[in-house]
Design a protein around this ligand. Structure first.
Ligand SMILES: [Zn+2]
Length: 349
């Protein structure tokens, strides 16, 4: 009887030992997906999350599972690589559904290279490469982005007259290179291309207005100009959730009335590639490479397949030469220049 009791006791002890070993192993596996420098959890107000993260080897605290209810099923980021210079800040966009408001946190693997704040704004600190993680508060799901702090030349390539049947190919190619552009869309084409516009916007591209009918605004009455702007605003908002952030008047044609009615900044261009006239892939490619420079605003049209293909052909070379293609608004922000509604801007030197 005594022997049997001792045997049972031994087996129970062994069972507890095995169970706790498995639990610890699980905890370690879970914490292994969290970057080492997770003491830099920025946005959390939840101490359970912070303490669990900071001391992954402390079993007493590790055993305290976060009480956060995991409701976010998937997180994705708009970029897999973010390139920026020292002291510059660029935003990452996290895409996820969070109806029950679990919330997300941002973490930099190495904050001495690049730090990230609770809004997903990454700031370059010194040259190097690191990763930024975006995770649900329960840490059940996460996404990461490689961050390269280097010496990049920011430039904006803009596309007018779309969306068109060629826009999707362009949006995909921009994503492949983690580049962004500003699309000045013609309002009347938007509704039929809602999904590509939304995808483009989610990838971090900027949507500007190029009027509703591609009208020469200077030959219209005040009320007709207003209608061109308002109709475009409304279709863009229904496609992407926000109004166009910039205006490029068709033909670059504007006057005081147009300026007065424009409730966002107006953008001209510093390089006219004449891609609409020379519909040849190699011509467009060479024009882009020839004119590429820091602070330029290059004009192209995604209504022509030759322009889209010429641009795609130029992408690997632009990348190799250290160009970082950003939206027009980001270009000005990176250069610490403010944009005022109703004012026309030609470049960002
Ligand atoms: Zn146009």
């Amino acid at each position: 009887m005594k022997k049997k009791f001792l045997k049972t006791l031994c087996l129970t002890a062994l069972g507890i030992f095995i169970c706790s070993t498995i639990t610890m192993a699980e905890e370690i596996t879970t914490s292994a997906v969290i970057p080492e420098t997770s003491t830099t959890v920025i946005s959390t107000t939840d101490t359970t999350v912070a303490s669990t993260t900071n001391t992954p080897t402390d079993t007493t605290i590790v055993k305290k599972k976060p009480k956060i209810k995991s409701t976010i099923k998937k997180i994705s980021l708009n970029k897999t690589v973010l390139r920026l210079n020292k002291k510059d800040s660029r935003s990452l966009k996290a895409l996820y559904t969070d109806k029950k408001k679990e919330g997300i946190i941002w973490v930099s693997k190495n904050p001495s290279i690049a730090k990230v704040n609770k809004k997903g704004i990454v700031t370059g600190k010194k040259k190097g490469t690191t990763y930024v993680y975006c995770m649900s508060k329960s840490k059940k799901v996460k996404a990461k982005c490689k961050v390269v702090v280097g010496n990049f030349k920011y430039m904006a390539v803009t596309f007018d007259d779309g969306p068109s049947p060629y826009t999707k190919k362009l949006v995909d190619s921009l994503k492949k290179y983690n580049y962004n552009s500003t699309f000045f869309v013609v309002g009347q084409y938007v509704t039929a291309k809602k999904s590509v516009l939304k995808e483009s916007f989610n990838n971090g591209n900027e949507i500007g207005s190029h009027s509703y009918d591609h009208a020469k605004l200077t030959s219209l009455s005040e009320s007709d100009i207003k209608s061109e702007f308002n109709k475009t605003k409304s279709v863009v908002k229904s496609a992407i959730g926000i109004y166009p952030t910039l205006i490029r008047p068709p033909y670059g044609s504007f006057n005081d009335t147009v300026s007065k009615l424009a409730d966002v900044p107006m953008i001209y261009w510093s390089v006219d590639t004449l891609d609409w006239k020379n519909r040849n892939v190699n011509y467009v490619y060479k024009e882009i490479i020839k004119s590429a420079d820091k602070g330029e605003i290059i004009l192209l049209h995604d209504s022509h397949p030759t322009s889209v293909d010429g641009f795609i052909k130029a992408l690997p070379e632009l990348n190799k030469k250290g160009y970082e293609l950003v939206t027009v608004s980001e270009l000005f922000k990176l250069n610490k220049k403010n944009l005022k509604p109703g004012t026309m801007y030609y470049n960002c030197y």
